[in-house]
Design a protein around this ligand. Structure first.
Ligand code: NAP
Length: 285
């Protein structure tokens, strides 16, 4: 008899960032419904606690916990990783999902441009800090929620200091998610840990609430044709159950890999971004 996603997820520990809204909340709910242990990461304690209570009530799964972290702060990400390591000796699924869109250039407490810090550096740092746990829990899988971005990075101005365009900087962070996932997959070959990016499609969510008006208007129109978060995460939950069928280094949409711009597969670019990111978060490259 074929095993279902629920059979495969029942004993798995899954961490998801940005669990209080949109795609992250839908994924946390679906994983909990399948019986997984879910670590829901939230920046706001009240929203995080309310989300977890809602998921527990809806699913009857008591193994759902909120951990609080502000992913714009590297100190907070390090505390989060320590808490995960202290509380869980296994981690089978890591979903880097949280992201933000800003209309103007803002900087984090660490002095970094906010979208670059939350959307790209946070997944980079959190994943690296949790890699030992994932390696000890094989088969394990990492998903970074991204999009088929075609934006090429400007390594002389990665954080939009000289020239800021919200659309470009956001697009660059989504390209960063692809470059990071593919470089990570190469490092994790033959370890039993898969690393992929996941494109949810156009989804009705809160993502554009702080975006510039034209971007908000445009996505507002697109969103009319968008799917619900619940629908958008179905593929990712199936992939989490099957460890992406052993496939690594791809951008998935649903349960199928899709094409990305050739630039995302450029190993030199991937390694250049890896080195720059490692330096900015204080990790050995
Ligand atoms: N929506 C789409 O059409 C679409 C398409 C392609 C890719 N994506 C990707 O899907 C992912 C999820 O986006 P979404 O559409 O579900 O957006 P969303 O509804 O705005 O959810 C974003 C989540 O990230 C959290 N977050 C933001 N900044 C944070 C921080 N500093 N620390 C901790 N958590 C933080 C938010 O927390 P709060 O609840 O506290 O705000 C929220 O839970 C993103 O990576 C996005 O790029 C979305």
């Amino acid at each position: 008899m074929e095993s279902t996603a629920a059979d495969q997820l029942r004993d798995k520990v899954c961490l998801i960032t940005g669990a209080t809204s949109g795609i992250g909340k839908a994924a946390a709910l679906a994983l909990a419904k399948s019986g997984a242990t879910v670590i829901a990461v939230a920046r706001d304690p009240a929203r995080g606690t309310a989300t977890v209570a809602e998921i527990k009530t809806a699913t009857g799964n008591s193994h759902v916990e909120v951990l609080i972290a502000d992913l714009s702060s590297q100190a907070s990400i390090r505390l989060l990783a320590e808490a995960v390591q202290r509380k869980y000796d296994r981690l089978h699924v890591l979903i880097n999902n949280a992201a933000v869109v800003k209309s103007t250039r803002t900087v984090t407490a660490d002095g970094l441009e906010t979208m670059f810090a939350v959307n790209h550096l946070a997944p980079f740092l959190l994943t690296n800090l949790l890699l030992d746990r994932l390696r000890a829990s094989t088969p394990a899988s990492i998903f970074t929620v991204a999009a088929p971005s075609t934006v090429q990075l400007n390594f002389d101005d990665l954080q939009g200091e000289r020239q800021f365009s919200a659309l470009r900087v956001f697009g660059a962070t989504k390209m960063g998610n692809l470059l990071f996932s593919f470089a990570l997959a190469r490092r994790l070959q033959k370890t039993g840990v898969t690393a992929n990016a996941y494109h949810p499609g156009i989804v009705r969510s809160n993502l554009m609430r702080e975006a510039p008006a034209p971007m908000r208007l445009f996505t507002g129109v697109l969103n009319r044709f968008g799917s619900t978060p619940a629908r958008a995460v179905e593929g990712m939950v199936q992939l989490a159950a099957s460890n992406a069928n052993g496939v690594s280094g791809q951008l998935f949409h649903g349960v199928k890999p899709i094409d990305v711009a050739p630039y995302a597969h450029d190993e030199q670019v991937q390694e250049r971004l890896w080195a720059a990111s490692a330096q900015l978060v204080g990790l050995a490259g």
